[in-house]
Ligand binder design. Structure first.
Ligand code: NDP
Length: 280
């Protein structure tokens, strides 16, 4: 407990000494948000609109995107545009970034948030689903980052990657999903090193989220676990402020940091507690 206390105090001190979020910095900022027809992405679109950013939102369902863009307009952004795309299609990630750069005249933030649907069950041996999910949840992120990097270099911009506690520790029922999140953390963690070594002015923020109360997440865990879910709107704001203050890694809710910190200290108890969280 003493060790946890000392490390915790250091972490809190570090957080306090970090840059504070200035909402004005987002006024007119050119932002592309993926997976913005629902859940956390939709909430991010509303926050960004409220801050006066110019947003392009994307997901597969065009009608829903149109409705989200209309709501954004009411909140007062300079621009709220949408483009329908399926990230399972290998040519769509590049097409979306080009659309945003073209319509906004550049890009300041690329917020990579979308995920494809994946079952919350024991792995049934379906390799093809994991291959498909890797394209949607992982490879499309790389494709978008690659296409956006030249323009982000010009604008000293940022890539914000929405990841999960399930990209830091394994847990039952999510084998394909957790694989894609581990891959994201590994890839963008490496890219952070390489950009720093090249003295690049592009920042990468990796956001580690716990359970968030989006419709899709709640539908999956209902009746299986009683883990507390945290509000999507707060999670969305956390992601935006973390990106705007160029944090390398951020955690929401706050205790996810400690979970990651002590995760390997008592592996037997960790695994027992994890399995006991779920009804099976
Ligand atoms: P949702 O399931 O609510 O939303 C997913 C979004 O992705 C939707 O806008 C969906 O729109 C879009 N999408 C789905 N498939 C595709 C596709 N093939 N191509 C393009 N877009 C697609 O997700 P959440 O809001 O719950 O999660 C957002 C992020 O937060 C994810 O990265 C997730 O891993 C992370 N996270 C969420 C947690 C949670 O508990 N909710 C916990 C930890 C992390 P459409 O159907 O119109 O395509």
């Amino acid at each position: 407990f003493l060790i946890v206390g000392v490390i915790g105090a250091a972490f809190v001190a570090f957080q306090w000494s970090g840059p504070t979020f200035d909402p004005e910095s987002l006024k007119g900022a050119r932002v592309l948000v993926t997976g913005a027809s629902a859940g956390i992405g939709e909430q991010m679109a509303y926050h960004l609109a409220g801050f006066g950013a110019q947003v392009v939102i994307t997901a597969r369902r065009e009608k829903v995107l149109q409705q989200v863009a209309e709501k954004c307009q009411l909140l007062g952004p300079q621009k709220a545009l949408y483009i329908a795309a399926d990230m399972a299609n290998p040519s769509d990630p590049e097409r979306v970034v080009k659309f945003a750069v073209d319509k906004l005249g550049g890009l300041d933030y690329l917020v990579l948030n979308h995920i494809g649907p994946s079952p919350f069950t024991m792995w049934d041996g379906d390799v093809e689903h994991t291959r498909w999910l890797m394209q949607v949840n992982f490879l499309s992120y790389l494709q978008m980052a690659k296409t956006a990097l030249p323009t982000l270099k010009q604008s000293k911009g940022s890539i914000v990657v929405v990841s999960s506690l399930l990209g830091k520790m394994s847990s039952p029922f999510v084998a394909p999903y957790t694989s894609t999140k581990f891959a994201l953390n590994g890839f963008f963690g490496t890219l952070q090193h390489e950009l720093a070594m090249q003295r690049s002015n592009v920042s990468i923020t990796i956001c580690i989220l716990g359970l968030i109360d989006t419709d899709s997440a709640m539908e999956k865990v209902r009746g299986i676990t009683n883990i507390q879910a945290w509000p999507a709107s707060e999670a969305a704001l956390h992601i935006i402020t973390s990106g705007a203050t160029q944090q390398t890694e951020s955690y929401y809710p706050w205790f996810c940091y400690y979970v990651c910190l002590i995760r390997d200290w008592f592996p037997y108890f960790r695994d027992m507690s994890l399995r006991n969280l779920y009804k099976y």
